[in-house]
Design a protein around this ligand. Structure first.
Ligand code: PLP
Length: 419
């Protein structure tokens, strides 16, 4: 048998190493729908109800909205549960096409193609569009799915420093002779909450005749005046060639994703993109839910506006209390703790205080940049945020990190003993 004692020990050692480095990720079980406050069983056998959830991607608070649930149920009744097919065989219903059209309208793009997830969308695009005589200019903090997608493609990969337009220009100048050049960036960098310079990227793309692709998974539905995304925020609607995004965050949070873009690009993807051709259609029940979400957010910006107010309140409160935040321009608000063990203990203490917020550390973020990533939602009321802020301050005082610089925190919690 291949899985013998030695191989078993090999994996056990890897798991032990992860634990020793304080990098082990422990999952807590939620026993309620996703919302501003949740019921959690953790540790096993101990139920804690009404914990304030400050780390979900439920930006617009629609994951458990009655109208979305009703639309999903109605679609379950009218279109059934599963498609048991990929799109081109017998997996395309009218509602799949309706959703593609609605996404194109919302994002201001020619056409849209659905995928089972944004991860799949990013896996499936580069190889379908580019060959070995092409080049991809990719931001160093791009999401794992972009990194993996570019690995599947023969084009030359050129990494530029995070959001550094001088570096991008330098690299475009050095590598200007490739047949097709594609610049790809996250619209909002998911670990830091920083918004990409999509306007400047578009300018450089014009200068160097490059295509622009933005992954707006952490932007679609709420960034920009009407929530279209980072291209709306930066006034470059019509200039971005390709947008990938997810339905798994602000847009109801179930699952699925899409790519919107130039008509010919989407047509090629329908013919060649492997996760589209060789993976099942999105379930009708999810399509029905997302269609409802899109109608709601196209009718009113109320939720997106509330999210902005909530986010500003939260950032101000944390900054005034003396926490170190990133230069975030989104509802992603990372509280920097630098040390992985400190991030984990901080998260455990917050949980005891009734606040659910997870420590992020290597390999999810670089070594020495551990943090608690908080995320604000339109589902939060002021009382949730005030209570959570009080808890952060109490725990911050316990570790004596309020008003401290990065160096001071690292002096007390050196990363030599823990990442
Ligand atoms: C920037 C970015 N792109 C893509 C994804 C993948 O989204 P999905 O959950 O739809 O696969 C994520 C999710 O974490 C993300 O943050």
């Amino acid at each position: 048998m291949a899985f013998d004692k030695d191989l078993k020990n090999y994996y056990i050692q890897q798991i032990s190493y992860i634990r020793e480095q304080n990098l082990y990720k422990q999952e807590k079980q939620i026993q309620s729908p996703q919302f501003a406050s949740i019921d959690v069983e953790y540790p096993k056998g101990v139920n804690k109800d009404g914990i304030i959830n400050i780390c979900s991607n439920n930006y617009l608070g629609l994951s458990n909205h009655p109208e979305v649930i009703k639309a999903a149920k109605d679609t379950l009744d009218s279109r059934g549960y599963g498609m048991s097919s990929v799109r081109f065989i017998c997996g395309t219903q009218d509602i799949h096409v309706d959703l593609e059209n609605k996404m194109s309208l919302f994002l201001g793009m020619d056409d849209t193609i659905l995928y089972s997830s944004a991860f799949d969308a990013n896996l499936g695009i580069f190889e379908a569009l580019l060959d070995e005589d092409c080049a991809i200019f990719t931001d160093s903090l791009n999401h794992a799915s972009i990194i993996d997608g570019t690995r599947l493609c023969k084009a030359k990969k050129i990494r530029y420093a995070n959001n550094d337009m001088d570096d991008l220009q330098l690299k475009l100048e050095e590598e200007k002779d490739f047949r097709i050049k594609l610049i790809v960036t996250d619209g909002v960098f998911s670990m830091d909450g920083i918004v990409a310079h999509v306007d400047k990227i578009c300018e450089l793309a014009k200068m160097y005749k490059a295509l622009v692709m933005v992954d707006d998974s952490h932007a679609t539905g709420f960034i920009g005046k009407t929530g279209r995304g980072t291209h709306e925020l930066h006034n470059v609607m019509g200039e971005v060639d390709i947008i990938s995004t997810t339905f798994g965050k602000a847009l109801g949070g179930a699952s699925g994703g899409c790519i919107s873009g130039r008509q010919e690009i989407i047509e090629i993807l329908r013919q060649k993109s492997r996760p589209y051709l060789f993976s099942n259609s999105i379930s009708p029940v999810v399509v029905g839910g997302v269609l409802k979400v899109m109608s709601m957010i196209m009718e009113s910006t109320e939720r997106r506006d509330k999210l902005e107010i909530n986010s500003e309140f939260w950032k101000k409160g944390l900054r005034e209390a003396g926490f170190i935040l990133t230069n975030t321009g989104s509802p992603i608000v990372p509280v920097m703790l630098f040390n992985a063990k400190l991030a984990q203990e901080f998260s455990t203490d917050l949980y005891k205080e009734g606040v659910y917020a997870i420590g992020f550390f290597y390999p999810v973020v670089p070594k020495g940049k551990a943090r608690i990533r908080t995320q604000i939602s339109a589902a939060h009321e002021k009382e949730h945020l005030e209570k959570a802020l009080d808890a952060f301050i109490r725990v911050g005082k316990k570790y004596d990190i309020l008003g401290r610089t990065r160096e001071e925190i690292l002096d007390r919690f050196p990363i030599s003993t823990s990442l």
